[in-house]
Every structure is written in structure tokens, then in C-alpha cells.
Design a protein around this ligand. Structure first.
Ligand SMILES: [Zn+2]
Length: 423
């Protein structure tokens, strides 16, 4: 047998090699060993029928939380891999220097899916995250130590692809911009990129974005007000434009609260498609609104992103962001990671982080993946996440709660005082 695995009859979309054509892909010894218009089925031990499907490099989800059991927000990468076409999960700072060993030994080394990681600048990683507990890992600045981060990053340089910092009032309390500066110094010493999360100011968007270097990643790039890249008039902010121009990577990082249809629509309309589409999947958004990276990708397709651009945003672009071009392509000789996806038609209710629904007509689903040249079918219960099962419950402001209870003051004033009354 020439091939251990043959994915036959699909439309190969590989942005890295600028391929979009009907191609068969043969795997042997963990790698891609042939790509051709017609490879006979009898040359392979296992044949996967990809007729009517799209074959891509294995998807790389650049922002995930997969430190299962070791952190309260971790999900099981292996339970999500085949259903979401994901062969590489990049964990975004679940672990810091103080608990990275456990992540490596107990999760990475026994996982069938590939797991790489951004190292949290906070020594403890994301330790206090649940529905009832929110203690940001950067809220005590004593936890942010560049020396600990540097040493851990150097020791685990085979699996650590960059530094991570969550800046903002939730993750950083009153620490302001200081954790970002510590993370940048560690990243510089390691000669690795920094992925930065933003939530609520302080620090403000400009303070963070203007610090990012070419190749650094801004995650939650299409988040809603405040710290949105869109201003009050619906236009792209200058600092966001400047960051894009100098090569800062814009990453979706959907998650529980960080993707907004209105912002995304405005950004796409202005020509600012995201560089990377990632899920920020964790325990509190895996059942919606994010689900997984395929659902997130389907949302971007629904908002008008072209299919080849969308595929690029989960293959070539994240591979480049983590300095692993060998993972994001399907050329002969590359690592044998692939996804077999189908674009299905129907009526799909997509919900953003603010609870707004957009009904799409297309959805990407997965037949399965190849990891290191070995086939992993998407089968069993939960094969396709049920979008309709998600009921959004976004937090309400005091004003919104008051209006629900008492009604609008302006409406009252108008009806009580008659039409002639002016404020
Ligand atoms: Zn995250």
C-alpha cells in the first residue's frame, strides 16, 4: 500500500498553496505524500469519500481554553476536535508559569488533537472563572512576573507559541495597563508574539492597541462597545486602522461576550475582515453562543465573508500567527492534518454575544479530520451542535431593568403632559 489514508473526491481549498480544485490527498508516515486529480482508491489502506465536500488543512483554532479539569473554564479538546474540523487547539493563557507543567503532562501529552499554548503572564493562569466567581488573574499585579514567564516560555518552547495577557477591568481589576507591559517585556525576551485580550476599560482600547507590535494578536477584535474598533458613528477607529496597517493580527475570539454582529458588519463593510476566526471556546460558551470554531466561521460566512477567505482565517493565518506554517497547509510534505467539511443549506439561527440573532442560509459542518495522517470521523451524539438549544441571557444594565419594570420615562412624560410639553 502506497498510502495509509486517502481523502478522495473533494474540493481542496488550501489558501497556503493557492489551491482551489478537485484533488485527492494521500497520506503516509504522518504526512501528506501526494496531491493529485485522481489517485486510485486501491492504493490506500483507508479511503474517505469526500465527494461533495470541501477538504482543507486541519483547522487551527487560535483561541481556546482546553486545560480540562486544571482550570474551571477548560473544555475537552478531544471531544470537540472531529466535530469542529479542528486539528490544532491553541490554548489562550489558561495556564501560567505556576501550573503549566500540569497542562503539559496531564492534557497536552495525552490528547489526540494537537494542543499548543499561549502562556499567561499571570503566574496562576486563569484561576477564578465561573458563573459565580470572577477573580481576574491580573488583578493582583504581584502575579505578573516577567522572569517566571520567560523561564517557563523558554523551558517549553516546543509547545508555547506566545504570551497571553487579559487586560481590562474584569481580568485586571485596577492594574490598568501594567500587565500588558509586563507581558510585552516577557514576549520580547522570548522573541514571541503577544496575544492581548481586551474587556472593559481601563485600560482603554487605544492604550492597548497602540502598544501592539507587528505579529502581535488582538483577540476579541470585533467586540461590542466599549473598547470596540467601531466608533459611535459606526466608523472604524483610527487606532484600529493603524494597528492593521502595521501588521497586528485581528482575531475574533468569539467566546461568551466578545463578538458583535453590528461591529462585525461595520468592519466587513469597511474592508476589515478579521485575519483569524477563533472560538475562544470554554465551558461557559461551548453550548452557545460560540459553540466551536466551525459555528463561528459559519457566522462570518453569513455576514458576507467569502469561503476561501474564511478558510484562510482558520488555516494559513493562524499558522503564521503562531510561527507554524507546517500546520496550516496541505502541500506534499506537510504534516498530515486535514479537515473534511460540508457547506449545508438550511435556516440557521446564529446568535452573537449580545444575544442578537441573524438567520443564515449556510452552515459548515464536519465529516471528520485527519491528524498526523490518521482518520478521525465525526460521529455519535452531538455530532452537530444544536444552535436552537441556546437561549441567550445577556447581562442587563440597571437602566434596562428599570425600563422593563417602570417603562420609559420619556414616553411617560409625553403621554402624561400632552404633545405640547417640551423638556
Ligand atoms: Zn479566552
Amino acid at each position: 500500500m502506497q498510502f495509509e489514508l486517502l481523502i478522495k473526491g473533494g474540493r481542496l481549498i488550501d489558501p497556503g498553496s493557492q489551491t482551489d480544485a478537485m484533488r485527492d490527498v494521500g497520506f503516509a508516515g504522518g504526512r501528506v505524500t501526494a496531491i493529485d486529480a485522481d489517485i486510485p482508491a486501491d492504493r490506500a489502506r483507508q479511503v474517505v469519500d469526500a465527494s461533495g465536500a470541501i477538504v482543507t488543512p486541519g483547522l487551527i483554532d487560535l483561541h481556546t481554553h482546553v486545560y480540562w479539569g486544571g482550570t474551571s473554564l477548560g473544555v475537552d479538546a478531544d471531544a470537540m476536535a472531529a466535530r469542529s474540523g479542528t486539528t490544532t487547539f491553541v490554548d489562550a493563557g489558561s495556564a501560567g508559569a505556576g501550573n503549566f507543567l500540569g497542562f503539559r503532562r496531564h492534557v497536552m501529552e495525552r490528547s489526540r488533537a494537537r494542543i499548543l499554548a499561549y502562556l499567561n503572564v499571570s503566574f496562576a493562569g486563569i484561576f477564578g472563572f465561573s458563573s459565580n466567581v470572577h477573580v481576574g488573574e491580573c488583578s493582583d499585579i504581584r502575579l505578573c512576573d516577567a522572569r517566571e514567564a520567560y523561564d517557563c516560555g523558554r523551558e517549553h518552547s516546543d509547545v508555547i507559541v506566545g504570551m497571553k495577557v487579559r487586560s481590562g477591568r474584569i481580568a485586571g481589576g485596577s492594574s490598568g495597563i501594567a500587565p500588558v507591559d509586563v507581558a510585552l517585556e516577557a514576549a520580547d525576551k522570548l522573541q514571541l508574539p503577544l496575544m492581548t485580550h481586551i474587556d472593559f476599560p481601563p485600560p482603554g482600547r487605544s492604550e492597548v492597541i497602540n502598544r501592539l507590535r507587528p505579529g502581535d494578536v488582538l483577540t476579541h477584535c470585533f467586540k461590542a462597545f466599549p473598547n470596540s474598533p467601531i466608533d459611535g458613528a459606526g466608523l472604524v477607529r483610527e487606532d484600529a486602522k493603524a494597528a492593521r496597517a502595521r501588521g497586528v493580527v485581528f482575531d475574533i475570539g468569539h467566546g461568551m461576550g466578545s463578538f458583535d454582529f453590528e461591529v462585525a458588519t461595520a468592519m466587513l463593510k469597511a474592508g476589515y475582515a478579521p485575519d483569524v476566526v477563533s472560538s475562544d471556546v470554554h465551558l461557559f460558551c461551548a453550548h452557545g453562543p460560540a459553540f466551536d470554531v466551525l459555528v463561528c466561521l459559519s457566522k462570518l460566512l453569513t455576514l458576507g465573508m467569502a469561503l476561501p477567505d474564511a478558510i484562510r482565517a482558520v488555516t494559513t493565518s493562524p499558522a503564521k500567527a503562531i510561527g507554524r506554517p507546517d500546520l496550516g497547509s496541505l502541500a506534499v510534505g506537510s504534516i498530515g492534518d486535514a479537515a473534511v467539511l460540508r457547506l449545508i443549506a438550511g435556516s440557521f439561527p446564529y446568535v452573537d454575544a449580545g444575544g442578537r440573532t441573524v438567520v443564515g442560509t449556510e452552515r459548515l459542518v464536519s465529516d471528520g479530520i485527519a491528524v498526523g495522517g490518521s482518520w478521525w470521523a465525526n460521529e455519535g451524539a452531538g455530532r452537530i451542535p444544536d444552535l436552537g438549544a441556546y437561549v441567550p441571557h445577556p447581562p442587563m444594565s440597571h437602566t434596562a431593568v428599570s425600563v422593563r419594570h417602570f417603562g420609559h420615562c420619556q414616553a411617560h412624560a409625553g403621554s402624561d403632559a400632552g404633545h405640547g410639553h417640551q423638556h
